[in-house]
Unconditional design. Structure first.
Lengths: 372, 324
């Protein structure tokens, strides 16, 4: 009886201690990440404004625009030039006041930082969202779901298929199937858009089974089910392209990863203990390696942003890649900066999530948070 | 006496496939162990003693070929069991293992208690709380506070981890515990205290041990019987007293002379040369090249000779004129 209560008490205490360590660890990481994002976004602001030099360019731009506007307006044609000059000055002053260009840049840079952190990303210079908004935030957020849908689907598929296939292959080390997958790994040398072009050629033009591009039929169906079906049909080719481009190398690397971890001493011990294979795989191979698995999963999600530009162009997919491509084409600085800010936020959120998952999965990580 | 031995190994053979051909790590090993006895398998690095342990529990690496020979456990050849039956009936219930690298023998992300209690859950179908309660008792027996059950392996010291692994090996009360270099990574004091735990458990529970080691001094504390391995073969098998006092094989004698002793005048003498490659062992006696008694007869494989009851030696010397 004594023993039982003692053990229960111990277990409770251990839980409390773990929870406290976890909270401390997560808190510390959160503070560090907020500082990181602040510094990152502030540096972006400094660089994008060339440390204040852009203000001079902007002032020249404002003056030219005001002069142009007054010269072009027939209503001002008859005014004497002094008055026209005054009018122009007033117009310029108005803009300067609005943008607070007379204040030192360093003051305004902190305002910019504050606005950026609040996701108040300002107005686009050229572009607008499909709904007609000029707000950079709206423009970006409008595109986010399309990108998430495409890359989320493809990555989840690649990830889960490859991890499970790899686990199976690591059990059949050296078999024909194993060697076939290794042989196919170099197919991932070509990027997804490369396969995309062939898929479009074959399955959209030679055999027209799937649409060649876009996210939904034009005009979009009214019925939600028909809409979803149409999106799925449009999703098929780009997802297949990404899947084909990544699956074999992914299986190959996970297989090697599992093979390495299957020869750990504690796995051998678990075998000696007579645990069934399935349990060994779950508790002794997958669980200790969950942190690196989750890391690579989340980093893959982030990493594919850069690849999205070309793939989205090929499939005419209305995502963030296409948006960035257009923004660069239009030299629309606020949209580009806005994308960077949003990316920084997503990155920080991902890293935070990772830290949290690490600490939950791996008790060794928590120690570091608990140690003062 | 016609007692059925607890463990009887007959002509056990194990090879690893390598690019340069098979390496015979265990080459015709025969041993026997009675209930309650402790058998020390001595040998230098690479003589195949760890492979022997792994073959007994059938946890061989991927490049190992299926072993040949027989492993009889109380009159049943368990080496012939299909894998699933061996897992269910033999592993941990009859035979358990304390591994060489006990530092990494525990899963880093699972609490120690769960790992120690796990065999009872799997093999006996016990509830978790019942198994943990039992684990707490075994922890006390091996000398760790039960509070450490709820810790993770990295929170334990090396000695405590080794004790936890020992507790894990004892929890299902197997007939036979195989200890593969259980103390080689520990300091002398911890070694001594773990050896004391083993001695007490042997005395109190009557558990049989196979202790695999290269450490002559430590092994002499626990041993009832000693088997000396050289290049994949057992060269001498004897009771501990006979082995340590009157070894018959030249290798055994040289080995005893190489062990430093307290209050000893003479310097310990090393054995010149190196063991042969197991990839392509020389014909005849494998120790011949290093043996001071090398004779033309040694070009032939020496027979295993029973010098006395349960004292066997693989050498031509006792036949040709007895022990010089």
């Amino acid at each position: 009886m004594m023993l039982e209560t003692g053990a229960d008490l111990n277990r409770d205490r251990a839980w409390m201690r773990d929870l406290r360590r976890l909270a401390l660890f997560v808190g510390k990481r959160l503070v560090a990440l907020v500082v990181t994002v602040l510094v990152g976004v502030y540096l972006t602001i400094l660089i994008a404004n060339m440390g204040g030099k852009v203000d001079e360019l902007r002032l020249v731009q404002i003056k030219t625009a005001a002069a142009e506007q007054i010269r072009a307006d027939p209503a001002f044609h008859d005014l004497p030039s002094a008055e026209r000059e005054a009018l122009m000055q007033a117009q310029v002053q108005l803009e300067v006041d609005r943008l607070r260009l007379d204040e030192p840049f360093i003051w305004r840079s902190f305002d910019y930082l504050y606005q950026a952190m609040r996701l108040d990303l300002g107005r686009a210079e050229e572009m607008h969202s499909d709904a007609g908004s000029r707000q950079v935030y709206n423009i970006i957020v409008e595109r986010l779901p399309a990108t998430l849908l495409l890359f989320g689907t493809a990555n989840l598929l690649v990830f889960f298929v490859s991890v499970y296939a790899a686990l199976g292959l690591s059990r059949r080390y050296g078999s024909k199937l194993d060697r076939a997958v290794i042989g196919l790994a170099p197919t991932s040398a070509a990027p997804a858009w490369f396969y995309g072009i062939f898929l479009i050629l074959l399955l959209a033009f030679v055999v027209p089974l799937f649409p060649a591009g876009g996210m939904v039929a034009v005009p979009p169906p009214d019925d939600p089910w028909a809409y979803a079906a149409s999106v799925l049909k449009h999703l098929a080719l780009p997802v297949t392209a990404m899947f084909v481009a990544q699956i074999f190398i992914s299986i190959y690397s996970w297989r090697t990863f599992f093979l390495i971890h299957a020869s750990e001493d504690y796995v051998e011990m678990a075998r000696a203990k007579g645990l069934p294979d399935r349990l060994i795989e779950q508790r002794y191979i997958l669980r200790p390696t969950l942190s690196p698995i989750v890391t690579s999963f989340l980093l893959m999600l982030i990493g594919l942003w850069s690849g999205a530009i070309i793939l989205e162009q090929v499939f005419n997919w209305p995502g963030l890649g296409t948006l960035l491509f257009e923004a660069i084409g239009h030299r629309d600085t606020p949209v580009i900066i806005g994308s960077v800010v949003i990316f920084a936020y997503l990155l920080a959120a991902t890293v935070f999530l990772l830290d949290f998952i690490y600490a939950v999965l791996d008790p060794r990580v928590r120690i570091e948070g608990g140690r003062q | 006496m016609t007692e059925i031995p607890l463990l009887e190994i007959k002509d056990l053979r194990l090879s690893y496939a390598t690019e340069r051909g098979p390496v015979w790590a265990v080459d015709g090993v025969s041993l026997e162990l009675r209930r309650g006895e402790a058998l020390v398998v001595l040998g230098e690095s690479g003589c195949g003693k760890s492979s022997l342990a792994k073959t007994l529990l059938r946890i061989l690496p991927r490049n190992a070929r299926p072993p040949g020979g027989q492993v009889w456990l109380e009159g049943v050849n368990v080496l012939a069991f299909p894998e699933e039956r061996f897992r269910r009936e033999v592993r941990w219930l009859r035979m358990s293992l304390v591994m060489q690298a006990a530092m990494n023998a525990l899963n880093p992300v699972i609490r120690v208690g769960e790992q120690v209690a796990e065999p009872l859950l799997i093999h006996r179908g016990w509830s978790k709380s019942r198994a943990l309660k039992r684990a707490a008792e075994v922890f006390v027996e091996v000398g760790i506070a039960p509070a450490f059950l709820s810790r993770y392996p990295h929170e334990l010291s090396g000695g405590m981890r080794q004790r936890a692994v020992l507790a894990m090996a004892l929890i299902a009360e197997p007939d036979l515990v195989i200890l593969d270099e259980p103390t080689s990574a520990l300091d002398v004091l911890t070694q001594a205290s773990i050896m004391n735990v083993l001695k007490r458990i042997k005395r109190e529970r009557g558990t049989s041990f196979v202790l695999i080691t290269h450490d002559v001094a430590t092994s002499s504390e626990l041993a009832d019987r000693v088997a000396l391995m050289y290049a994949g073969q057992v060269v001498e098998e004897a009771s501990a007293t006979t082995f340590f006092r009157q070894p018959a094989h030249p290798y055994s004698r040289l080995l005893m002379a190489a062990v430093p002793r307290l209050h000893q005048r003479e310097k310990p003498v090393g054995i010149a040369g190196r063991p042969p490659s197991l990839l392509d062992p020389p014909p005849g006696c494998r120790f011949a090249a290093r043996c001071p008694h090398n004779s033309p007869a040694c070009a032939q494989d020496p027979e295993v000779i029973e010098l006395a009851d349960r004292h066997r030696v693989r050498c031509w010397l006792p036949v040709g004129g007895g022990v010089p």
